[in-house]
Design a protein around this ligand. Structure first.
Ligand code: SAH
Length: 270
């Protein structure tokens, strides 16, 4: 083999042994031409199953399920939905090894993916109003990275999920596209006004908390439906979970539950 500068490298070639000057030449040789489409599919697969989680993700998700049950989540529909959705596919690769811990994680722009226990609790509360076997129509305010929306889609006939921050709306869209969820529609807009075109909803769930419950949410709640949302509690100065039921006769009933900590419900879009 000639020692000239353009000599082809010897095989097998280890990239960590290639001198920096040779690396630029060697790289194309190591990358056989493939159709772009196939490369894109493989890339997407790698993004959904980060290194270190891969085959283990099933086990860590089962541990998360066992913890949720130990904490009192009983509804088999909720447990099945949380078992089905790969939470690690909704967080940055660098955080994927924490995806099944009971913690909120940053998703960008100062927002977070909610803790699994909080998602399970709120979805269980909302679904308690629905008979087993029902496929409700649901509205979520605050899609974030799309995780809870994917959980809801497992349980619903249709889900509308609204996000006011464009980059997060885009992130949720690409996360969910990879999972081929078909009964979920993401909407870019101000969730404070709900989404009238698909109303009324059997369940409404908010992932951001304001000082009040916006009137359009109540207008868009079906008889027999239930709304679950964090809201500022004037007495304690912190947030609590609020549950509002619309009875068959149209009347509303409100109850306050445990303290929670959600990002603020903001007005308008960004
Ligand atoms: N549902 C997410 C949680 C996202 S955090 C999960 O699965 O973990 C809450 C989200 O609510 C943030 O992305 C924030 O931008 C969004 N949000 C806050 N106010 C909003 C509003 N008025 N309309 C729509 N989205 C809103």
């Amino acid at each position: 083999m000639s020692a000239g500068p353009r000599a082809a490298p010897k095989f097998p070639l280890r990239l960590d042994q290639v001198k920096p000057a040779a690396r630029a030449e060697a790289t194309p040789l190591l990358r056989p031409q493939r159709p772009l489409q196939q490369a894109a599919v493989e890339q997407r697969g790698r993004a959904a199953t980060p290194a270190g989680l891969g085959l283990d993700s099933h086990h860590v998700r089962e541990r998360m399920l066992a913890r949720l049950q130990a904490e009192g989540v009983r509804d088999a529909r909720v447990l099945a939905a949380m078992r089905a959705v790969p939470r690690h596919a909704f967080v940055d690769t660098a955080l994927a090894n924490q995806a099944y811990e009971d913690t909120s994680l940053p998703i960008g722009l100062g927002q977070t993916i909610s803790k699994p226990s909080v998602v399970a609790r709120m979805v269980e509360l909302m679904l308690a109003a629905q008979p087993v076997g029902a496929r409700p129509s649901l509205l979520e305010i605050g899609s974030g990275c799309g995780y809870q929306a994917a959980v809801l889609a497992q349980l619903a006939r249709q889900v509308i999920s609204i996000e006011r921050l464009r980059p997060l709306y885009d992130k949720a869209r690409s996360n969910l596209a990879a999972l081929h969820v078909t009964n979920l529609r993401l909407v870019y807009g101000d969730g404070r006004i709900g989404h009238a075109p698909n109303a009324p909803y059997d369940g409404i769930i908010a992932a951001a908390g304001g000082e009040d419950i916006p009137a359009p949410w109540l207008d868009q709640l079906a008889p027999g439906g239930r709304l679950v949302a964090p809201m500022l509690d004037a007495r304690s100065g912190g947030q609590v979970l609020v549950v509002i039921d619309r009875h068959a006769d149209g009347s509303l009933q409100r109850s306050l539950h445990e303290a929670v900590r959600f990002v603020p419900l903001k007005s308008g879009i960004d």
